[in-house]
Design a protein around this ligand. Sequence first.
Ligand SMILES: CC(C)(COP(=O)(O)OP(=O)(O)OC[C@H]1O[C@@H](n2cnc3c(N)ncnc32)[C@H](O)[C@@H]1OP(=O)(O)O)[C@@H](O)C(=O)NCCC(=O)NCCS
Length: 197
Amino acid sequence: MDQIEIDTVSGDEITPWLEDMARLRLQVFHEFPYLYEGSFDYEADYLRKYARSKNSVFILARVNNQVVGAATGLPLRDADPEFQEPFTEHGLEVDQYFYFGESVLDKNFRGRGIGHMFFDAREAFAWQNKFRLTTFCAVERPESHPKRPSDYRPLDKFWEARGYQKHPELRTSYNWLDIGDTEETAKPMVFWIKKPV
Ligand SMILES: CC(C)(COP(=O)(O)OP(=O)(O)OC[C@H]1O[C@@H](n2cnc3c(N)ncnc32)[C@H](O)[C@@H]1OP(=O)(O)O)[C@@H](O)C(=O)NCCC(=O)NCCS
């Protein structure tokens, strides 16, 4: 089996990897539940915040020097306002949270523990940088969504096993273009926060 290399890059070091990140997001987020039509223009705009943040992080999974997966994170205070607002509205201190953006892995490399490594590496980075709490948010699609594959397995159990708890009161929405649509629509998203140990 091919050797998987996991690397952590942060701040300015992420710039050379933005294109790989965009490629993986376009490839993986085509799948349910994201159904993201995507474009390199949207990607450039979306990924700009990582390039701007001094404490952003990319975790890269490489096989034979090819990036086959990546996960991202940045301080919540450097994330888009849509992601900060639910916290401030609920009296939570944005500065304490490190926000995980996405984990995207080529299908051929799933089920080999890379998803766990993405969490381990981002949590380690957050704690080294003195963030007490880690959080991410997940898109909500109806159970009856016509594009939901019959064998789709939600990641909720995985996230719970990692110590994360769903916070239905912390919700936001984020716009993107669904496959087959002509206009972007707002997607409901719910936050998960790691329970302090
Ligand atoms: C999320 C993702 C990065 C996980 O990667 P992975 O390397 O397959 O994950 P791991 O092998 O570390 O397995 C993690 C857990 O996922 C679960 N899992 C494994 N295969 C799964 C599958 N086919 N479907 C759903 N869950 C699965 C298991 O609970 C597993 O934990 P366990 O082995 O301790 O029981 C990958 O599935 C992916 O890119 N998915 C599409 C994009 C996505 O949904 N990203 C997350 C939100 S941005």
